[in-house]
Ligand binder design. Structure first.
Ligand SMILES: Cc1ncc(COP(=O)(O)O)c(C=O)c1O
Length: 445
């Protein structure tokens, strides 16, 4: 596919897409969330072709997964070579070079100049589960502190930490006991009613943990870990105020609590640095990554301080985790991110954010624009003064963008998120910004 921009040649969904949609309706779990009927056939770079030959510009990247774009030739080559050599062995019972090569690389590129150990699973939720189990095992404490708006996965442990949308938890209780949720600092919607800059200078969300929670409901010596997204993803692409993570670090250190950063969505170069926490200079005890790590092959990773991994053989493992093909894809992905795409994410992110900067003044329904690198959120409101969320407008903007060949998704209650593959160029950035602006203007009317 040579095209860099969309081309829509049928009505949507087209005739071939409709056949797949009918089968999907019959056979696929109705629990999936689909905002619009894209039926993908192939992808190259930031372009996806559907089964009817329509071309779309992908600003969703398979939910922040295809960091190096769709089917990057170097990643495809690495996958093909590895698939022809050794597809599976199971790192839990045997050894193979790629497992240690990737572990060594992860230890090098994650924050903190200390010895680390690495655990491999197949998804974000598995990496989070591993972090939870390790935190309990090592500290011999049972409680966790997580944040309202957080998304950490859908298996029971990580679902217990997740508090993004009620539908994700409804009907599944009782969840893991011992998890308490506290507000996540949102400079646009400070839970204490502060507006920037007070939200930044007096981060009540961090203070609340120590000044209230620990004195009333949660004895700190029972808390194994604080689990936090350095930039909140599904909750609305919320960038916390500068000192927030550091304050969590201090609270954790004062009480012997582990600090876990979930970088599943915000990590792997997406924000223009390898890890979102690097923007804030705070180092966690445990970091989890997945999504963008292997350009689309399933892989979840938990990296911890070496001394925390005092669990013995059999305590935790996974048959498929760290599969050789996924490891090969990850090593190639990381090489490409380091070589050029992380820098491109920083450059393009700055460019897009520059173009969006005046939207909260120019567009009546844009309340806030925020983000780092290519993790960008545009929050839609009914009224800029009251900041009342406008989810219907968000739904319409996403739908209209699809009709014009741009794939975007929402996050939070009323935010449009832009999370393209990290290789987009200026022409693609301009196209996407123009489409979103046009859709916003239409909906505004
Ligand atoms: C921050 C974060 N953590 C964990 C997960 C769960 O990842 P997975 O869907 O691979 O289990 C997600 C998925 O969106 C996420 O955004």
């Amino acid at each position: 596919m040579e095209n860099k921009l969309p081309k829509i040649c049928t009505s949507l969904p087209g005739p071939e897409a409709q056949k797949i949609l009918a089968l999907d309706k019959r056979f696929i779990s109705p629990s999936y969330t689909r905002d619009y009927p894209l039926v993908a056939k192939r992808g190259q770079g930031a372009i996806v072709e559907d089964v009817d030959g329509n071309l779309f510009l992908d600003f969703a990247a398979g939910i922040a997964v295809v960091s190096t774009g769709h089917c990057h030739p170097d990643v495809v080559r690495a996958i093909q070579q590895q698939a022809a050599t050794l597809i599976h062995m199971s790192g839990t019972d045997f050894y193979y070079p790629l497992l240690v090569q990737l572990a060594e690389k992860m230890a090098q590129i994650t924050p903190g100049k200390f010895e680390k150990r690495v655990y491999f699973g197949n998804s974000g939720t598995e990496a989070v589960e591993a972090a939870m189990k390790l935190a309990r095992y090592h500290t011999k404490r049972h409680r966790f502190i997580a944040f309202l708006g957080a998304f950490h996965g859908r298996t029971f442990g990580s679902l217990s930490l997740t508090a993004s949308k009620a539908v994700q938890r409804r009907g599944f209780g009782p969840l893991l006991s011992g998890v308490v949720h506290v507000p996540y600092p949102n400079p646009y919607r400070c839970p204490a009613g502060h507006r920037a800059p007070e939200c930044v200078s007096e981060c009540v969300c961090a203070e609340y943990i120590e000044r209230q929670l620990f004195k009333t409901a949660v004895p700190p010596e029972e808390v194994a870990a604080i689990v936090v997204e350095p930039i909140q993803g599904e909750g609305g692409y919320i960038v916390p105020p500068p000192g927030f993570l550091d304050r969590l670090r201090q609270i954790a250190d004062r009480h012997g609590i582990l600090l876990v950063f979930d970088e599943v969505q915000c990590g792997m170069g997406r924000t223009g640095k390898m890890w979102a926490c690097e923007h804030f200079g705070t180092v966690p005890d445990i970091l989890v990554a997945a999504k963008g790590i292997a350009s689309g092959l399933p892989l979840g990773v938990m990296v911890a301080r070496a001394e925390l991994m005092d669990w013995g053989p059999g305590a935790h493992a996974s048959t498929f985790g760290g599969n050789p093909v996924a490891c090969a894809a990850a090593l190639e992905t990381i090489r490409l991110l380091e070589e050029k795409y992380m820098a491109n994410a920083a450059r393009m992110g700055e460019y897009i954010l520059g173009r969006l900067a005046d939207w909260p003044h120019k567009h009546a329904i844009v309340g806030d624009v925020r983000g780092k690198g290519l993790m960008i959120g545009v929050e839609l409101v009914k009224n800029r003064e009251t900041r009342e969320p406008y989810p219907e407008a968000r739904r319409k903007v996403i739908q209209r963008a699809f009709e014009q060949g741009l794939l975007i998704l929402g996050c939070g209650e009323n935010t449009v998120r832009l999370m393209p593959p990290l290789l987009i160029d200026r022409e693609q950035a301009d196209f996407a910004v123009d489409v979103v602006e046009r859709c916003i203007a239409e909906v505004e009317k």
